[in-house]
Write a protein that binds this ligand. Sequence first.
Ligand code: HEC
Ligand code: HEC
Ligand code: HEC
Ligand code: HEC
Length: 454
Amino acid sequence: MVRRELKYRRWLVTLLMGCCTALAAMAQSQGWAPDARIPSESGADGLVLPQDGAATHLGVSSCASSVCHGRAEPSAVNRVWLTEFRIWQGQDAHATSYATLLTDQSRTIATKMGIGDPASAAVCLNCHADNVPVERRGKRFQLSDGVGCEACHGGAEGWISSHTDPKASYAENLEAGLFPSASPENRAELCLSCHLGTSQKFASHDIMAGGHPQLLFETATFSINQPMHYAVDADYRARKGEYGNMDLWLHGLLEAAATQLQLITDKRLNVTGSFPDVALYHCDSCHRLTDVSAGDPWPVDPLRPSGSIPLNDAALSLIALMATTLEVDGAQAFSGGLDRLIFAASMQRGELSQMSEALKPKFRVVQRELLQQAFSGNQLSALRRALLTFAASGKARYFSNAFQVFLAINTLNHALQDDMLLQEEMQTWFQSIMSESEFAPVLFATQAARLLLP
Ligand code: HEC
Ligand code: HEC
Ligand code: HEC
Ligand code: HEC
C-alpha cells in the first residue's frame, strides 16, 4: 500500500490570505477581453526559452550589486524597484531551488533512481537551476544560484549594458535578448517549462516514486505567490502593455493543455511503447487507501471503467468546459475529441497517438476562439456556475482537477468582484484541498454545491 505524505503546500496557505492586495491591484472590470495575441501550438511559435537561447548567462552576482538590483530600499526615482535581488534572495523559493538538491529528500530520490549526486544530475538541475551548457556560462555564473534572474529573464550577455539606459524601450531590450516574460502567453510557457515539464525535462514517475511532490501549477496564482519583485502599475502598463489576472489564467491553462497533448504522445515519455509515463495520469487514482472506501456516491464514469487509469486531464477538461459553456465555435468537436482521447488513454493505448494528433487541430480552433472573444460579466458568471456544477457532480474527484477548479473559481471571483462576499465559503472549500494526502473528494463536491446556491 502506497500512501503519500506531503507537507502543506506553501502556495495554498498564502493563497487566500496574502494575495488579495496584489489581486486588487490587478482587478479587472466585470467583463473581460482577453489579450488578443493568438499563440500557436506550444513550442511551435519560435519562442526561445532562456535555457535554450544562444546568449551567455552572466550569473546572479552580475545583477546583485547595491547600485543595481541589490538595493536595500526601493528606488524612488527609477522605473523598477532595484531591490529585486534582495527579494529573490530573501523570499523566493527559486533562490533555494539548488539547495533543495542537497537535502535528504533529494538524496533519497536520487538514490532510488540510481543517479548519484542529485546536485550534479542534469535531470534535476534542468529545473532546479539555470543549467545552461558550460560554454554559455559567464565568469561569475554559479549553478548554486539555482533558478536565478537569467533563468527567467534570459541570458544577459546582449542586454546587460543597454537595459540600464532609461531611453531603452522595452522593445529594444527584447530585441537585445531579454526574455518577453510580460506577455501572459510567453510567461505561461516559461513557468510551465519547469512547473509542468517539456519533453526535454520532465518529472517522471521514477522521480515521483522517490518522493518528489506532484507538480501542480496555475500561472495567475503562482505569479502572485512568487514574492513580488515588480509592480504592475501605470508606468509598467505603459511600457509593457495591459494584461490581467484572467489573461494569465487563460493563457496558462491553454499552454498547459497544449503541453499535455504534446507530452502524451512524446516517444521519450513512452519507454514501453504502449504506456506513456504514469506521471501523466492522475496520481491519486493509483495511490489511494484500499482498506477504506472513500464513499464516493458517483456512478462510474463511462469514459473510465472501474480499474482503468485516468489521464490527468486537469487543464484539458477545463478548456473543454469553458468552450462549451461559452459556446465558442468548435467546442463540441473539441469536447468529443477529448472524450475519445481520455478513453484511449485508459482503454486503447495503441490509438492514443492518433487521438492526440486528431485533437490538436480541434484544440487550436477552440484556443483561437477563446482568445478572440470579449466576455461579459454574465458569461463569466455562467462559466463560474459551470465550474461549480462540474465540481459538485464529482467530476473534480482527483486532486489536480480539484486544484485547477478551485483556483479558476478564485480567479473568476476576483474578476467578477464579488470575492469578498464569498470569502468565508471559499475558506471552507479551501480546507478540503489544503493537503493532497487528506484531500476529500466528497467534501470538495459538497462545498462546491453549497457555493452554487444563489
Ligand atoms: C528553471 C525552472 C523554473 C522556472 C522557469 C520557473 N520555476 Fe518556479 N520553481 C522552480 C523550482 C525548482 C521550484 C521549487 C524550489 C524549491 O523549493 O526547491 C519552484 C518554486 C516556485 C514557487 C514556490 C512554490 C511553493 O510550493 O512554494 C512559485 C510560486 C513559483 N515557482 C512560481 C513560478 C512562476 C510564476 C514562474 C514563471 C514566471 C516560475 N516559477 C518559473 C523552477 C522554475
Ligand atoms: C520538470 C522540472 C523538475 C524536475 C525534472 C525536477 N524537479 Fe524537483 N521540483 C520542481 C518544481 C517545480 C518543484 C516545486 C513544486 C511545488 O512546490 O509546486 C520541485 C520540488 C522539489 C522538491 C521539494 C522541495 C520543497 O521545498 O519541498 C524536491 C526535494 C525536489 N524537487 C527534488 C528534485 C530532484 C532530486 C530532482 C531530480 C531527480 C528533481 N527535483 C527534478 C521541478 C522539477
Ligand atoms: C521565476 C522567474 C523569475 C525570476 C527567477 C526572476 N524574475 Fe524578475 N520578473 C519575472 C516576471 C514574471 C516579471 C514580470 C513580467 C515582466 O515584467 O517581464 C519580472 C519582472 C522583473 C523586473 C521588471 C520590473 C518592471 O517594472 O519592468 C525586473 C527589474 C526584474 N524582474 C528583475 C529580476 C532580477 C534582478 C532577478 C534576480 C535577482 C529576477 N528578476 C528573477 C520573473 C522572474
Ligand atoms: C498507474 C498507476 C500509478 C500512477 C498513475 C501513479 N503511480 Fe506512483 N506508484 C505506482 C506503483 C505501482 C508504485 C510502486 C511500484 C514502484 O515503485 O514503481 C508507485 C510508487 C510511488 C511512490 C513511492 C511510494 C513508496 O512508498 O515508496 C510515490 C511517492 C509515488 N508513486 C508518487 C506518485 C505521484 C506523485 C504520481 C502522479 C504524478 C503517481 N505516483 C502516479 C503506481 C502509480
